[in-house]
Design a protein around this ligand. Sequence first.
Ligand code: DON
Length: 307
Amino acid sequence: MRHPIQDYLRSLHDSLRDSNEGELAQYIPTLATADPDRLGIALATVTGHLYSAGDDETEFTIQSVSKPFGYAAALMDRGRAEVDARVALNPSGEAFNELSLEAESHRPDNAMINAGAIAVHQLLVGPDARPQERIDRLVSLLSALAGRPLRVDQESYEAELATADRNLSLGHMMRSHGIIQDRAEDVVAGYIAQCSVLVTARDLALMGACLAAGGLHPLTGERVIAARVARQVLSVMSSSGMYDDAGQWLVDVGIPAKSGVAGGVLGALPGQVGIGVFSPRLDAHGSSLRGVRVCRRMSEDLNLHIM
Ligand code: DON
């Protein structure tokens, strides 16, 4: 059955399909060999309608798009006070893999950068949890949001683990400041497993729609994320989700969002829709180049700017 939104997504897909600007991420071997031409676009409403076009069922690793959900899980597991004590709430203005720690507290600036997400991973479940329990917690939350069982891609996990010097250094520095307590190797391995969960553009749209719906799942109406937690996650996504491009993004697109180096972009417009895009070539900030373009176009064409 034809639907105007479905037709719109197809025409958006067709108009961006042939653009080949941007570069694949090189520092994780499995990303450097991805098919660069893939383009999947999906949109889910908070009332449970899901539309999509192009490579909408192609699986890719979630990478940094997992960070808002790690943050949501830690906030639900440990409460705001404990999480805020370890991770601050301000944009870093630096690249995603910098050691952006606050001067006095040594807390990472926010939960959307690598340092913040590693600190958040340590907080999952409880202080005495085993590393595998923390990974399972994240995979089950992501699966509940996608409405299907998701899994860690072992090949991506191992490839990233073998080249994880940068994240290990962030982990060691934070452990020296008492921000994480377990061995840095274990926390970083857990964080990398969380980044290696396979998703599709349709999954991301549903995940975004659940945040947009204040934590109620758009298809089932089930409460998956506490309302206060969804609000905090969306707020931090607005200020820091697009890293050092966050201010420009808020002005031009105006949709709380999160990108990942495998080419995923998730948008969540409170009370309205979730957006999921997959296109592997990246811009200078490490975000999907066509993913950013899709969001810009949708914001303009569908009048989605939050202001
Ligand atoms: O930690 C890393 O470097 C990757 N697993 C995730 C980074 C990422 O997705 C940054 N986003 N654009």
